[in-house]
Design a protein around this ligand. Structure first.
Ligand code: PGA
Length: 247
């Protein structure tokens, strides 16, 4: 794992978008490997990255025809039309602006009647494409990756997750009131993230400082899920100077 230390939020977004644009641009589909498989996050951090991907598409630099996406997570109980659902977020910030075929987009269904089966099927679907090539993500103030809260086992696969009070409070900024925030989510697991061939995590803003410092200390601790990145041989955390001050 490597920390990439940049100055501004803009430079983080440009750095990450450039990696993705290059990989999408270079990708040559073959019979054995017809799709580049991306794992995608929601949240505030990836929005400027998605803007850059949309721009690159509109400028004719990249196409998403040979890209498959798996979103990291979704709230339990929110329909895709709900403005705070991650289905809605992804349409608004990325999918409706690009040429990805709808049947190459996978997002966990938080309205599924059988949530456990929904999770197992999602893992099988990821495996059917040969796994995730590039997993993009943000990081929580408490070090969570996707909705894998502290104490989630590193071996976890896609599962139903009870959200911590901290995450509910942090995410309540998007809802009318605290009581409107769902208390459960479906999330890919830490093992699912770790299985990705390449992991790119973004951290911007000083609220992420503690989490980034814990990871950079080199420890492995389920109290800070993102520390699992320390064991991965192709993972980066791209930070602005407030999330990881320059020495
Ligand atoms: P944020 O969320 O990008 O909105 O800060 C990141 C996360 O909680 O994983």
């Amino acid at each position: 794992m490597q920390i990439i230390n940049l100055k501004t939020i803009d430079s983080v977004a440009t750095h990450v978008a450039d990696i993705l644009i290059q990989r999408i641009h270079e990708f040559q589909p073959t019979e054995q490997k017809p799709f580049l498989v991306l794992g995608l996050p929601t949240g505030s951090t990836p929005i400027p990255v998605y803007q850059r991907l949309v721009n690159a598409f509109q400028e004719g630099i990249i196409s998403f025809k040979h890209v498959v996406t798996f979103n990291m997570d979704e709230y339990v109980g929110l329909a895709p039309e709900h403005k705070q659902s991650y289905h809605y977020f992804m349409q608004e910030h990325l999918f409706q602006h690009i040429d990805i075929p709808q049947n190459q987009i996978y997002i966990l269904n938080g309205m599924a009647l059988d949530l456990e089966t929904e999770c197992t099927e999602y893992e099988k679907k990821i495996a059917s494409f040969g796994g995730i090539d590039i997993q993009l993500g943000g990081i929580g103030e408490n070090g969570h990756l996707a909705f894998n809260e502290p104490k989630t086992p590193f071996t976890s696969l896609t599962h139903v997750q009870q959200l911590t009070q901290n995450t509910i409070e942090v995410n309540s900024r998007f809802f009318d009131s605290l009581s409107d925030v769902p208390t459960q989510a479906l999330t890919i697991g830490l093992q699912t993230i770790f299985n990705a061939k390449q992991i790119i995590i973004m951290a911007t803003g000083n609220k992420k400082l503690n989490a980034v410092q814990t990871v950079s200390s080199g420890q492995l601790s389920i109290n800070c899920p993102a520390t699992l990145l320390n064991n991965h041989n192709n993972a980066i955390i791209v930070c602005d100077e407030t999330a990881y001050p320059h020495n």
